[in-house]
Ligand binder design. Structure first.
Ligand code: ZN
Length: 300
């Protein structure tokens, strides 16, 4: 089994010290694929604090207005300390780079609302055509990181049909949640009939679990792979069950995390998120023959 870590949100506002402290002890076991925001719009830290303080149920027009107030664009390469750190870590094989949105902000006229997610960050849950800006921003990242940025992870893990279209025409690999195969019209627009039958069966039998579809499937010129997300509220047992499942199916596993929250305690536990990531890596290493790889390497 190949095992990869996807880590979202690194952008201009990250300090290399924070990243280095968080990844220390993790990236030397498993390389971490940092999914970076090329041109973050606004003040990431301020936005994060605001969203976490109100929660998804507390999103009002006023909160959205606050976030939209700051229209400044922050290009990741203007943070020289961060870029130096990333370049060095790529060279020694501890990290790889993927793309996470363009600005990480939804610019639709009407911002989508969700009971358990933040629509204002869900840039690819959109009714706009993002294909051109996606192409330009992906080229920008490839120029910065030697042409190996071919995986995309959707902000807030949300994709609309227009969002999927943009990824499809750009030939990118995607790590996210597959659309429901129950919606045959949408599913068959992007995936083969064979994939439809297999994914439909998987979704039917694993509805109440965290088990991902265990293989990457063809998506246009690229591939689409699911992941299992680790949040402070996640159940470690459910994640272990998902790993056991993928191993039994001889598939490949992607764990998604947020390094900036590695210091947070898991709900109802004394362990931090970082302790839990290391715990999961040890669980896999002790039980299974595993190759810890970057996301790009999962497709080889
Ligand atoms: Zn994000």
């Amino acid at each position: 089994m190949k095992f990869a870590i996807r880590d979202d949100d690194v952008n201009y506002h990250f300090s290399e010290q924070l990243l280095s402290d968080c990844l220390d002890g993790v990236s030397d076991i498993c390389p971490v694929t940092l999914s970076v925001v090329p041109w973050y719009k606004g003040d990431w830290k301020k936005n994060l604090e605001l969203l976490e303080s109100v929660g998804s149920a507390g999103i009002t027009d006023e909160v959205i207005k606050q976030i939209k107030l700051d229209k400044d664009i922050y290009h990741i390469d203007r943070n020289h300390g961060l870029m130096e750190y990333l370049t060095h870590e790529i060279k020694v094989g501890r990290i790889a780079i993927a793309q996470h949105g363009i600005y990480h902000q939804n610019d639709d006229l009407v911002i989508p609302r969700f009971s358990k997610n933040f629509g204002v960050g869900a840039e690819f849950y959109t009714d706009r055509d993002l294909s051109k800006e996606l192409a330009t921003s992906n080229q920008y990242l490839n120029d910065l990181f030697a042409g190996r940025v071919c995986f995309f992870t959707p902000p807030q893990n949300l994709l609309s049909e227009q969002g999927l279209d943009a990824l499809y025409v750009n030939g990118l690999n995607v790590c996210g949640y597959l659309p429901s195969a129950k919606n045959y019209g949408l599913f068959s627009k992007y995936f083969s009939t064979v994939s439809f039958l297999k994914v439909f069966k998987h979704q039917l039998f694993n509805r109440k679990t965290k088990r991902p579809y265990p293989y990457a499937i063809k998506f246009g010129k690229g591939h689409f792979i699911e992941h299992v997300s680790l949040q402070p509220s996640s159940s470690l047992n459910e994640i272990k069950d998902a790993i056991d499942f993928v191993f039994k199916k001889r598939g490949d596993f992607v764990l998604s995390t947020h390094t900036y929250a590695f210091g947070q305690k898991m709900t109802g536990s004394n362990e931090t998120m970082k302790d839990t990531v290391i715990n999961i890596l040890n669980y896999v290493r002790d039980r299974y023959e595993v190759n810890f790889v970057t996301m790009n390497e999962i497709l080889r």
